[in-house]
Ligand binder design. Structure first.
Ligand SMILES: [Zn+2]
Length: 68
C-alpha cells in the first residue's frame, strides 16, 4: 500500500449527561485495563455513567469534506 495523505480537522466530542441534560460528562478515573470501563460523572449533577473503551471529552479527526 502506498502512503496516502489527506487533510483533516480536529473536533471535540463531548457527552451530555443523560440525567440532567445540561452537564458534560468527565472521567472519574483511569480505564479498567481488563474491561475497558471508564467511569464518568456529570460536572453539574454528579450522575455516574460508565463508558467502554471511550472517554469524554475527546478529540476526533475527520476529513474536511465529512460531516460531524
Ligand atoms: Zn447531569
Amino acid at each position: 500500500m502506498p502512503e496516502i495523505k489527506r487533510e483533516v480537522r480536529p473536533i471535540e466530542v463531548n457527552y451530555v449527561c443523560d440525567a440532567c441534560g445540561r452537564g458534560m460528562m468527565s472521567p472519574s478515573g483511569d480505564m479498567d485495563a481488563d474491561t475497558g470501563d471508564i467511569e464518568h460523572h456529570c460536572l453539574i449533577c454528579d450522575h455516574q455513567q460508565t463508558f467502554q473503551w471511550r472517554a469524554y471529552p475527546r478529540i476526533d479527526h475527520i476529513g474536511l469534506d465529512e460531516k460531524t
